[in-house]
Design a protein around this ligand. Structure first.
Ligand code: ZN
Ligand code: ZN
Ligand code: FE
Length: 759
């Protein structure tokens, strides 16, 4: 065959910056005897290659088939150019002028090569807590702007030493163009302080920190995406002290342990959970407790699971390598505030909680909480999508104008689209407090900047009081699209499963604003793109005191009693372990309909049942009453559901709650246990919604069901409904990449806004 020399301009788009892509291409070009160059640009990377046509083909095929583990290539295009007789391949400086279209890599856990070096006494980075390379280390949290080059990152103030510089410029080196490259000579440093900001003089701040942890102190430790509050998880007194100081009495605390072997001493790891723990995202994984275990009971009271993660930064590895089997590693904040990132802010906000501070001088540009995940049916189900996953885009079917979706109010995330990419932000949190609202605005602006997005449309929740909706309505130069909350839940589940309508959507949720101005949350919907129809919902009941009814589940218990027994409910009220003076007041509120909005929320029904069973009367965190009801329920093959029915000649059918409540009350009177009643209640909902779907299938012909909403964090319900619907012949869609809770709302808003724009 005749040999021909050709030259091409090649553009590669996707996540190709900040992950060692240029050295990879450099070496590949050399192997294929190609000349030319590569550089980062706004779209990704741009290269020109010159050589034999067969070599060019094999070069492109290799890129397509074997990209780097962290690369996510979305497009490769090539245009032929006149040859220039170039035989050497070079890496050239970034082209700043072009449009920014590139994808940014998430923060990635330290790689095995770096770990090996860090533990080698002969290596110049021995025990250096900021070791990294092109295959690992911080990305999203340290990027100020793109293109991703050192002066645009938190590393800009650290001037590389000669040794680091030579690695950085050597294409054969693992640290070639690794922007956060650093060593003990030239890079960030850690320092230990007491809470009065007095530096603790020590030659080994890490060993000193471990000693302090062993003595039971609380240490605020600055990590990758923010501060953690850290104590020895086996020290009961220390864990208790942390709870008291953090004003958060019962929410399970996340833990970190050196390796799987150590985790197995206090938790059970299934074969599917192991790769999730080990994945480069290093999420907190919800694992079943091993009993007995050495962990302080206060770490996760009232829960059958521990939230556990493996170390993800070199600093964490050094800290976990101690005699302490597990560390509590909870977000450095007061309850519900965003995680602290800045050193001064850390001292100010955490001094009331922490005894000591282990901090470093590399800035965090964008805070990012730890992600939380678990296994459902052998695949991961993300419950909080944050560090490690963000800003990896969800790929849309069709390109379109850029949209900003503002999300909901609790567990807020926002989402921005550009072409076919939907970028869901990290977990922002509960917008009701001002710090979180500031973080919400900062995240929108930062993501717009680093992704170079100028949205034309803005999508928001219909709830007029959500701060995210108010923000949306205040903006000018946008076309605004209001989206119903539960429509968004179902659309989010459909989008991540690439399902196009129509489907039956079961949105089982806490609260969401309905189109009738009432609070929805037990919605059976027919969803078809931009539109939805309400097919059925539980009968409305009152929420005495509005928001207070969410914080005090016993109020919902009274409301369900009144709903079911009317004026007879006085006779059953003594079952509640609540003083009569209080129950009387609430009963009057319900009767007079004073400050008692109506709700159809299944989340509220869980609260009410949890209250009736005296499991949880005051919730110290969102969803506590429902979680504890799930945890106390004992699965039983022989259990039978409570009576249920739905009524109505037209949509929406009214699901009757009274028969369920009456069934529960008669079980309580017969002296049946909480475990048995709790499970019967779950089973009732499983069978009720399965039969309702079968009934609706006859009417609508629909054979597909999408499950979404915060209540699907309940595994008894999710597993039970999935199984029962599947056995009934339905095709069932559930979440995996995005949470079923309100963290997934922003993506659902995007999906609906896109359909409305196209319509
Ligand atoms: Zn590395
Ligand atoms: Zn150096
Ligand atoms: Fe919701």
């Amino acid at each position: 065959m005749q040999k021909t020399t050709q030259r091409y301009k090649v553009t590669i788009e996707g996540i190709v910056q900040g992950i060692g892509f240029r050295p990879y291409i450099f070496n590949l070009a050399r192997e294929n005897n190609l000349g030319g160059f590569i550089r980062n640009n706004g779209q990704g990377v741009h290269l020109e290659i010159e050589g034999e046509s067969t070599d060019i083909t094999s070069f492109i095929t290799r890129i397509r088939n074997n990209p780097l583990p962290l690369a996510q290539i979305t497009a490769i295009s090539k245009i032929e150019l006149p040859t220039l007789n170039e035989s050497v391949f070079k890496i050239v400086a970034s082209d700043i002028s072009s449009e920014r279209n590139t994808l940014i890599a998430p923060d990635i856990c330290v790689c095995d090569d770096c770990l090996r070096e860090m533990l080698d006494p002969n290596n110049r980075r021995y025990r250096y807590p900021f070791i990294n390379c092109t295959n690992c280390g911080p990305r999203y949290t340290i990027i100020e702007d793109i293109p991703y080059d050192r002066p645009k990152t938190a590393m800009k103030n650290f001037r590389m030493c000669a040794a680091c510089e030579s690695e950085y410029h050597n294409p054969q080196n693992r640290r070639f163009h690794a922007q956060p490259n650093a060593c003990p000579e030239c890079g960030p440093q850690i320092t230990l302080y007491d809470k009065t900001q007095k530096q603790i003089t020590t030659s080994d701040p890490i060993q000193e920190t471990i000693d302090l942890l062993q003595q039971g102190y609380i240490i605020a430790i600055k990590g990758l995406g923010g501060f953690h509050l850290v104590v020895d998880a086996t020290n009961q007194e220390a864990v208790q002290k942390l709870r008291v100081r953090k004003n958060r009495e019962e929410k399970p605390l996340a833990m970190m342990s050196l390796n799987l072997h150590r985790i197995k001493e206090f938790a059970i790891i299934n074969p599917e959970e192991e790769p999730l723990l080990l994945s480069p995202q290093r999420p907190i994984v919800l694992l079943e407790k091993r009993n007995p275990n050495p962990i302080a009971p206060e770490a996760a009271p009232g829960n059958r699971r521990f939230g556990v993660m493996l170390p993800y930064t070199p600093l964490h590895y050094l800290l976990c390598d101690s005699p302490i089997p597990a560390l509590v590693m909870t977000s450095g904040n007061m309850s519900e505030e965003p995680i602290t990132v800045n050193n001064n802010e850390g001292f100010k906000r955490l001094a009331a909680i922490a005894d000591f501070f282990l901090i470093h001088n590399r800035d965090i540009y964008l805070r990012s909480d730890d992600s939380v995940s678990r296994i459902f049916n052998t695949t991961p189900l993300v419950l909080r999508r944050s560090r490690g996953y963000v800003p990896q885009p969800i790929i849309l079917k069709q390109s379109g104008p850029s949209i900003l979706a503002c999300g909901a109010e609790l567990k807020n995330t926002i989402c921005l689209t550009k072409n076919k990419n939907a970028f869901v932000s990290q977990h922002i949190g509960d917008l009701k407090n001002i710090e979180t609202y500031d973080f919400f605005i900062q995240t929108i602006n930062h993501l717009k900047q680093i992704l170079d997005i100028r949205p034309e449309f803005i999508a928001y929740d219909l709830h007029p009081d959500y701060l995210s909706s108010r923000y949306a309505l205040k903006q000018t130069n946008f076309e605004k699209i209001g989206v119903q909350h539960h429509h968004a839940h179902i659309a989010s589940c459909m989008l991540e499963n690439s399902v196009e309508g129509p489907v039956i959507g079961l949105a089982l949720d806490g609260t969401g604003y309905g189109t009738d101005g009432r609070i929805w949350g037990g919605e059976v919907l027919l969803v078809d793109g931009a539109t939805f129809q309400r097919l059925a919902h539980p009968e409305y009941v009152r929420m005495p005191g509005g928001e207070s009814a969410i914080k005090q589940p016993w109020r919902m218990a009274i409301s369900y009693l009144f709903h079911s027994f009317g004026y007879e409910s006085e006779n059953v009220l003594p079952l509640l372990e609540i003083p009569k003076s209080k129950t009387d007041t609430i009963l009057k509120m319900i009767e007079s309909e004073f400050n008692s909005p109506e709700t159809s929320g299944i989340g509220r029904l869980f609260d009410g049942v949890s209250g009736l069973l005296n499991i949880c009367h005051n919730a110290s965190y969102e969803g506590q009453a429902a979680i504890e009801l799930e945890m106390r329920s004992n699965m039983n093959q022989k259990a039978r559901p409570y009576p249920f029915e739905w009524r109505g000649k037209t949509y929406p059918y009214q699901i009757q709650i009274a028969p369920i409540i009456k069934g529960i009350i008669s079980d309580i009177k017969e002296g049946r246990g909480v475990g048995e009643i709790g499970f019967r209640f779950h089973l009732t909902l499983i069978i009720l919604f399965s039969e309702l779907c079968l009934f609706l299938k006859k009417e609508t012909g629909l054979n597909r069901v999408a499950l979404s909403g915060g209540v699907f964090q309940n595994m008894i319900l999710l597993k039970g409904l999935y199984k029962s619907l599947t056995q009934s012949g339905f095709q069932v869609f559930t979440h995996s990449k995005l949470p079923p809770n309100d963290g997934g709302i922003s993506l659902g808003q995007i999906s609906i806004a896109k359909s409305k724009i196209q319509a």
